[in-house]
Write a protein that binds this ligand. Sequence first.
Ligand code: F3S
Length: 61
Amino acid sequence: MKYVVNDGCIGCGLCASTCPEVFSIGDEGVAVAIQTEVPEEALKCAAEAKDGCPVGAIEEV
Ligand code: F3S
């Protein structure tokens, strides 16, 4: 499983604090997801981050 952050991100930072293994705030002030498969141990927090994003900017791909 992989995730992407779409243009809706407002840079609130919740995903990066919920699941820093997968999400971080990039140079442009919005979140970016790792581009590789989400490691097994991070699947739970990545799903929580997706559910918690206030603008629904995290998508599964
Ligand atoms: Fe952006 Fe949502 Fe994360 S607004 S910083 S993708 S929690």
